[in-house]
Design a protein around this ligand. Structure first.
Ligand SMILES: Nc1ncnc2c1ncn2[C@@H]1O[C@H](COP(=O)(O)OP(=O)(O)OP(=O)(O)O)[C@@H](O)[C@H]1O
Ligand SMILES: [Mg+2]
Length: 499
């Protein structure tokens, strides 16, 4: 394969931060090229340089023999480059159809926007990637997964020669992931070159012809198909090998019942949910996206105005439908949708972390600066947050590091019951291990943990018990010893146990 894309000595600085430092890298035509590296290594920045979102400070990109320095996405697009972003990229108030046709609304008599034609075009784009949804609903009503699919449809719909996928599966469920892989195989057959950024090694090993690794903004190396192993990648990423750390949580003797849920029901979302969590337990919630796990979590945190049933925390009845009541009862929620609800993006990291613990840093009406700093610094350390300082605004951090800030915000709070929804989504191997250890540590301190995760190994290894949800109800519960991948998958899919 010839070098279809050549990054030549790309350097990119943001103010005082050097995100990329002389990166040179070649990619063959029609290749699916993986890009890995720790959170903040520069993967998204490199993708954005290729897609014209960031103009490089130095260097250029040669595509099919022609050197380019793009200074807008439009320029990159006309050279055939599209990108599926890690963060949100649409107007939340406009409909799916309007977002998909942005910039080239079909018009009637050259004047009126042709709504039918617009809907048709949007549906065609979505159908091309096997997605079916109401194109007139506003973007803000979509789940993160649906939004990600719309982004993919938009990128593929520009008929590009090159597509950059920046963590495209981070909020997709299994069937959608499967469809995306088929799509990428299909793109490859049509000769389209893809750059695939992800922290999920099995995905990269399955899809990519080669994997290149960045470390601290520098290119460190490329692995061919036969060299791709967990260890080889991690070695390139951080210079030493690390096992995926799953603490062995010893069930020991859990304490008193912290959370008692009976017949929790929300019309259309979930029904008759009953379970208990005792102090020191980590209860894993498995299920397909849409099974109702995040909805139950939100309801417990007071975010569902239609929920009914009874919930007790430490034996006291919890007033439903009130965030204040839930927080007062000691419930914390690390939401799944951290892109939208997690952090105040323009505020410094320090303030974001301490926001959830204001009552503790606030003595006699004063914000205790030293205390606030100390709490934030602690979490920075434990979660290996990469930022220029505690004062850096959250939106200047890489995607994975933003996730860590939101997580820190709630972990700092502690409380009685911590609900974590997809806690390690989008973070690198090292940070993942650190997050597992933190959650495990909280359970050891006697906090009850509700762990929602789409990664079965994470659920299996971290949980003391696993509850499987399907179609809005509890399909079954498995003790730690029975919670095998196969048993969970069967319950998730609703397959009867074979003899
Ligand atoms: N707009 C910006 N302003 C300031 N700094 C930035 C900006 N965008 C990125 N950076 C910095 O550049 C570095 C690389 O960030 P980048 O987003 O490319 O990392 P990444 O490899 O994609 O990480 P992740 O796995 O977390 O998504 C980080 O230190 C980040 O803080
Ligand atoms: Mg990124």
């Amino acid at each position: 394969m010839t070098d279809f894309i050549q990054f030549r000595s790309i350097t990119k600085t943001f103010g005082g931060v050097t995100a990329l430092r002389g990166v040179s890298l070649s990619i063959g035509r029609g290749e699916c090229h993986g890009l890995m590296g720790e959170n903040g290594a520069g993967k998204s920045t490199l993708g954005k340089v290729l897609a014209g979102i960031h103009k490089p400070s130095e260097g250029d990109v040669v595509i099919d023999g022609t050197p380019h320095i793009f200074s807008s996405p439009r320029e990159a697009l006309s050279a055939g480059v599209a990108m599926v972003h890690q963060e949100l990229a649409f107007c939340p108030d406009l409909s799916v159809a309007e977002n998909l046709c942005m910039g080239h609304y079909p018009r009637r008599f050259g004047l009126l926007i042709d709504r039918e034609a617009m809907a048709d075009r949007a549906r065609t784009l979505l159908n091309a990637i096997g997605v079916n949804l109401d194109v007139w609903q506003p973007m803000r009503d979509l789940s993160t997964a649906q939004e990600q699919l719309v982004q993919i449809a938009a990128a593929v719909g520009t008929n590009p020669r090159i597509i950059v996928f920046d963590e495209p599966t981070s909020s997709l469920a299994e069937p959608d992931v499967h469809n995306l892989f088929r799509l990428i195989d299909d793109l490859r057959q049509r000769g389209i070159t893809t750059i695939y950024v992800s922290h999920r090694m099995p995905e990269l090993f399955r899809l990519c012809d080669k994997i290149s690794v960045l470390r601290d903004g520098q290119y460190v190396g490329t692995l061919g198909k036969d060299e791709m192993t967990h260890d080889a990648v991690v070695r390139l990423m951080i210079g030493r090998s690390v096992e995926e750390y799953f603490p062995h949580h010893l069930a020991g003797s859990p304490g008193d019942t912290v959370l008692r849920v009976r017949n929790l029901t929300s019309p259309g979302l979930f029904r008759d949910i009953s379970f208990d969590i005792r102090a020191g337990e980590i209860i894993g919630f498995a299920g397909l996206v849409g099974a109702g796990r995040s909805e139950v979590a939100k309801a417990l945190f007071g975010l569902d105005p239609r929920v009914t049933g009874t919930v007790e925390v430490n034996g006291q009845p919890l007033q439903l439908q009130s965030i204040q009541a839930s927080m007062r009862a000691g419930i914390g929620l690390v939401p799944e949708d951290r892109k939208r609800q997690g952090a105040v993006l323009g505020m410094p990291c320090r303030a974001n972390i301490s926001m959830a613990v204001l009552d503790r840093v606030n003595r006699a009406g004063f914000l205790n600066d030293a205390k606030e700093k100390q709490i934030a610094a602690n979490f920075f350390d434990q979660l290996h947050v990469k930022a220029s300082s505690l004062e850096a605004p959250v939106n200047s951090l890489s995607g994975g590091n933003q996730q860590k800030i939101v997580l820190a915000k709630w972990l700092a709070r502690g409380g009685r019951l911590l609900i974590v929804d997809e806690p390690t989504r989008g973070v690198d191997v090292g940070a993942k291990a650190a997050i597992h250890a933190l959650i495990d540590g909280l359970a050891w301190k006697g906090i009850a943990v509700m762990l929602i995760s789409s990664e079965l190994p994470e659920v299996i290894n971290l949980s003391t018990r696993v509850i499987v949800m399907r179609d809005g109800h509890i399909a079954g519960e498995l003790a730690r010893a029975q919670a095998t991948q196969e048993a969970i998958l069967r319950l998730m899919a609703g397959v009867e146990m074979a003899s």
